[in-house]
Design a protein around this ligand. Structure first.
Ligand code: 5GP
Length: 134
């Protein structure tokens, strides 16, 4: 079954499309975190960015670099967050690869990540374990 985003690509569902080429589409998020919140999506439907072809991820990032300055200029933002959620545990709700461009404003009230305490021994162990899992 096609994802919601494939239905937008196929014009079976409406969306505020701000950019489109042969491989990538970008449209405004229906529930924006801030004005101009945009989703950049590969037309080739895969469940997340690890499943997408490498060239699709590269294409997305190229579009982000073109689109983000236009979005920031349009809404007068001071910066943006680029986020892609992978897996339920991350909060992913639409299982079709997408990158969020979330415009940010000084003092917009959105919190950054909270941090945890960690020892240097724990950091060293995680470093070693990640390397062995590559
Ligand atoms: P995720 O949590 O999977 O990273 O984000 C999915 C995003 O898709 C959410 O921010 C949500 O608001 C957005 N979204 C879900 N359904 C629709 C839709 O039908 N149209 C648009 N434009 N955005 C959608």
């Amino acid at each position: 079954m096609n994802s919601i985003f494939t239905k937008i690509i196929n014009r079976e569902l409406p969306a505020n499309i701000v950019y489109e080429d042969d491989n990538v589409i970008a449209f405004l998020d229906i529930n924006p975190v801030n004005p101009g919140h945009t989703l950049v999506v590969p037309k080739n439907e895969k469940s997340n960015m690890l499943e997408s072809l490498e060239e699709d991820v590269i294409n997305i990032l190229k579009v982000v670099r073109t689109l983000a300055p236009a979005i920031l200029k349009t809404v007068g933002a001071d910066g943006f967050n680029l986020i892609t959620n992978v897996g339920e545990g991350s909060g992913q709700t639409v299982f079709h690869t997408h990158f969020h461009i979330i415009p940010r404003f000084n003092n917009d009230g959105h919190k950054q990540w909270t941090v945890m305490e960690v020892t240097s021994d724990e950091l060293n162990k995680i470093e070693k374990d990640i390397k062995s899992n590559i």
